[in-house]
Each structure stands twice: as C-alpha cells, then as structure tokens.
Design a protein around this ligand. Structure first.
Ligand code: GAR
Length: 197
C-alpha cells in the first residue's frame, strides 16, 4: 500500500477527487494517511474528517520563526511516514530539507500547461487571469515532481483544456479542474502506487 500524505490550503476539491478515486477504485494500493493544512479554516480539513482521515492544521502564524514552522511541517510528514506527499492546492514554499528528504516523493498539481503560466506568483485564479489576458486558446493542468525550484520539477502528466469565448477566470478555473486536474492527479497517484511510473 502506498502511504499518501496530502497538503492543502483551501477548498480541497483536488483532495476530494483523490478521496473519491480511492473509494471507487480508480486509485488502488493506496491509503491516505493524513491531510496537512497551513490554513486552519481550509474547507479541505472538513473533507478529510468526513472521510475519516486524520487532518492536521499548522499555521506559520503559530510559530515565532519560519524555521520553526518548517520543522513542525517536516516532523508531521515524518510522523505519517508517507511514501508520497501530494501538494493539492498547497500555497506554501516547501522547505529545502523536506524536498531533500523526500526526493522524487513529492508531486504537485498546477493549473496550467507548464512551462506556461507557472513559477513565482502563479497560483490559483491568477493563472487563469493571465491566460485570458494573453488570449491563449488552450490551457490545462500539469502534475509534476517537486524539486527546489517553483514548478520546475519533472513532468508526470498534462491535460489540455480549451478556452471558450466569454470565459471568466472563475469559469475557466472550474473547467480546468473538472476536465484536467481531477483526472490527472488521481491517475498520477495510481500510476505511482502501481509502479507504472
Ligand atoms: C487548484 O486549481 C490547484 O491546481 C491550484 O490551486 C487550486 C486548489 O484548489 N494550485 C496552484 O495554483 C499551485 N501553484 P482545491 O483546493 O479546490 O484543490
């Protein structure tokens, strides 16, 4: 069984897609061992609890220094002893010590076709605002391994999504989630759990 820890910051629709995929057999050989949030008000925490998964919230504001938060974050991951850490809408810079310790064991979902619309400052709705501003006709989502850079790790999977006339950032965000993120993130986990990648 692949032991998976999921890190979240907000609504947690990607977390829900993973939970559902484990429950309905789209993901096999996998157990979600814990959900970690930097935001105590993240709805994702409720989703975890409803599914009977241990949910831990740990805000940087609770710590005197960033270093102390980073240590607490690393300690929680170590306590769960995960084979894979999934960043599912996690808006925290991953401490280098964690990246080093969990090399090739951390994956992230990003709401664009990397290398477009990625890197520092590109997260959530902002990604879709920029894509619409530039007039691109095709966008999508990417699952990739996490390295020391921002959205620079090796790509695991991507899925394209068409932009439609009159799209708002919110409408586009929803379509990218439905058509791409909620499909390729569970698939990547299943592929890792079953040694397909
Ligand atoms: C998702 O669209 C995810 O791709 C994005 O945040 C959203 C979280 O939604 N992540 C990033 O932008 C990371 N750079 P969710 O909480 O409903 O899963």
């Amino acid at each position: 069984m692949l032991r998976v820890a999921v890190c979240v910051s907000g609504g947690g629709t990607n977390l829900q897609a993973i939970i559902d995929a484990v429950q309905n057999g789209v993901i096999t050989n996998t157990e979600i061992v814990g959900v970690f949030s930097n935001n105590p008000n993240a709805y994702a925490l409720e989703r975890a609890k409803s599914a009977g998964i241990q949910a831990v919230s740990c805000s940087p504001k609770e710590y005197a220094t960033r270093d102390e938060f980073n240590k607490a974050f690393l300690n929680q991951m170590d306590a769960w002893n995960p084979d894979l850490i999934v960043l599912a809408g996690f808006l925290v810079i991953i401490p280098p010590a964690l990246i080093k310790k969990y090399e090739n064991k951390i994956i992230n979902i990003h709401p664009s076709l990397i290398p477009s619309f990625c890197g520092t400052g590109f997260y959530g709705l902002k990604v879709h605002e920029e894509a619409l501003k530039r007039g691109v006709k095709v966008t999508g989502a990417t699952v990739h391994f996490v390295d020391e850079g921002t959205d620079t790790g090796r790509i695991i999977n991507q899925k394209a999504v068409y932009i439609e006339e009159g799209d708002t950032p919110e409408v586009l965000q929803r379509r990218v989630m439905e058509q791409a993120e909620w499909v390729i993130l569970p698939k990547a986990i299943n592929d890792i759990a079953n040694h397909i990648i």
